[in-house]
Design a protein around this ligand. Structure first.
Ligand SMILES: [Zn+2]
Length: 263
């Protein structure tokens, strides 16, 4: 069992290093496959020994081997974060179809989390990749229903997930633009992002994800305003809260749903 956890951890680190590539290259509209990674300062191509997640960073003491420029600690932290998310998913689902499905979704969402904070965009490419994965899961679920994800064996539960997420946010976006006469009350990126999440979670867990992200987003925006970090008119990126809400729903969705039903 410990060996399996180690393997999942290493798998997560490797995927985490790919997540760094996504975060760095997608907003700049660069290919995510070519060319191989190089130092952003001196342009030296990184050798295999410099590409080992976390270890290379520690061994090189956070500096480029060639020019000595400091490498952001965010790279190893994102690798570590991805590995921890994968271990949590393995703890919850074991080696199973839901594990691989959610590992795929969370890989996209970790990238979305940081890209939305940095650039205030949710790239269409990531949403489309998520939709492709969601369609595969939907087709698989038609043949072998997965009540551990969707709560029931109905074939249409993943499709119905499109409604609470995207449908609700679309409504908020339309109302927001009518009331405030601006287009950015709720970004269309958020509406699009909820579509693949709905397919992966089904409508019940998607509803939980939405509630958690709205509550978290509200509380943290309020805290930022009270602390004077943000002004009332500033907007806060909502994507990261959707990512947190989705992860919470994947890990504890049914427990939360039972809790909501009792109050
Ligand atoms: Zn360098």
């Amino acid at each position: 069992m410990a060996v399996l956890y180690c393997l999942i951890f290493l798998f997560g680190l490797a995927i985490g290093s790919f997540v760094n590539v996504l975060i760095f290259r997608i907003p700049l509209k660069k290919s995510i496959i070519f060319p191989a990674s190089s130092c952003t300062s001196c342009g030296n191509r990184l050798l295999p020994l410099e590409l080992i997640p976390i270890l290379s960073y520690v061994l090189q003491r956070g500096k480029c081997k060639h020019c000595g420029v400091k490498i952001s600690a965010r790279y190893p932290l994102i690798e570590l974060l991805t590995a921890l998310v994968f271990m949590a998913l393995f703890y919850k689902y074991g080696i199973s179809v839901p594990f691989f499905a959610f590992a795929f979704l969370m890989t996209i969402l970790v990238a979305v989390f940081f890209i939305d904070i940095d650039y205030r965009i949710i790239p269409n490419g990531l949403v489309i990749a998520g939709m492709a994965g969601g369609m595969l899961l939907f087709i698989y679920n038609c043949f072998r229903p997965m009540p551990e994800i969707f709560g029931d064996g109905k074939w249409w539960t993943p499709l119905a997930g499109l409604l609470p997420g995207s449908g609700f946010l679309l409504l908020v976006a339309i109302l927001g633009s009518l009331i405030y006469k601006t287009d950015d009350a709720m970004g269309m990126g958020d509406v699009k992002l909820m579509a693949p999440i709905g397919m992966f979670l089904g409508w019940k867990l998607c509803l939980i994800a939405l509630v958690v992200s709205v509550v978290l987003g509200g509380l943290i925006s309020l805290a930022l305003m009270i602390l004077g970090i943000k002004k009332r008119k500033d907007t806060v990126a909502f994507g990261p809260f959707i990512v947190l809400g989705t992860f919470a729903a994947i890990m504890y969705g049914w427990e939360m749903l039972n809790w909501f039903m009792r109050i």
